[in-house]
Write a protein of this length. Sequence first.
Length: 115
Amino acid sequence: MCARKLGRVTSHRMAMLKNLVKSLITYGKIKTTYFKAKELEFFIGKYFSLAKRDEVPTLSTKRRMFAFLGEDLTQKVLTDLRPKFASRNGGFTRVVKLGPRRGDAAEMAVIELVV
């Protein structure tokens, strides 16, 4: 599922990406490392595409999103964000590089929802 391992075991990586997805949906914009942001783009695209696939979200769609996002964020995606990105075929996020982080020189980026 993940192309990048990000220096973590699978369970830690999936938990980290799940938390990043939740933060991005909650706040609309987060600052993280560039490679985490690029991996996060894949997950956001997957769940936003799932949400907009049908005119009325099916029970299986709601359950799949609920299993990953939780009840409150699933409702936010389906009711608030879904109408905003219904006309988009992709490109739900924007990643902007910020430069190296002081201390370990990791490439930093801001990822934000385009909707």
